[in-house]
Each structure stands twice: as C-alpha cells, then as structure tokens.
Design a protein. Structure first.
Length: 129
C-alpha cells in the first residue's frame, strides 16, 4: 500500500508544480492563482474519485489509495495556501488575503460537490450501457 501512496504522491506533486506554475504564468499576476486553481481542481478530483469509489466496486483499495491519499494529497497545496495567506497579510494585503481565503474555501467545497456530481453521472451512464 505504501508503494501506491508514494507513486501517487510523486505524480501529484509533479502535477502541482507544473500546473500551478503554468496557471500562474498564464495569468501573470501576483495573486496566488496557481495555488487556488490546484486546490479547487484537487477538491474536484477528490470528490469525484471518492464518490465513484464509494458507489461502485470498480477501484481496488490500492488504486483508491494511489489516487486519493497519494495523488490528491501530493497535488493539493494547503500548506502553500497557508503560507501565501500569511505573506499577503504580512504585506498588508488584507483585502486580497481575505478574498484568497474565501475563494479557496468556497470554490474548493464547490469543486468537491461538482466532483460528486460528475461521479454520479458517470455511474448513471455506466448503468445505461
């Protein structure tokens, strides 16, 4: 099981680095948009994977650990989010820090709900074929 978690963590960490950096460069902003994107998309993925895994017997415990604990755990960036929030506050950017915290929490929760919905639709579609 540790092997699966380690592989997933490595893949998630590399994905976080590449995708978060890409989003940050594309938007060309000092606002931590890359981290926000990674946290929201990671919440979406975790919601979809867990709902699918709970509602179907399709994923083995090893694959589930690789995808959830490993990949999503390595991919999401709560510690980076915390640091970036403190940095904004330290720099007197109270409004931007508040926006970042609110957007991170609310959009990540929304992402999880959307992931649940996606998994529900995939399960329903599989039942029709």
């Amino acid at each position: 099981m540790l092997f699966y978690v380690a592989v997933g963590s490595a893949l998630g960490g590399v994905s976080r680095y590449l995708l978060g950096g890409l989003v940050q460069r594309m938007l060309d902003t000092t606002f931590p948009a890359g981290t926000l994107f990674v946290n929201v998309s990671g919440s979406f993925l975790l919601g979809a994977i867990l709902r699918y895994a709970v509602d179907t017997p399709s994923l083995s415990p090893e694959v589930r650990a690789l995808l959830t604990i490993g990949f999503c755990g390595g991919y999401t960036t709560f510690s980076t989010f915390s640091y970036e929030t403190v940095a904004l506050l330290r720099d007197g950017e109270w409004t931007r820090a508040s926006l970042y915290v609110a957007a991170s929490v609310l959009l990540s929760i929304a992402g999880t709900f959307l992931g649940f919905g996606l998994a529900r639709e995939v399960i329903a579609f599989r039942g029709r074929i």
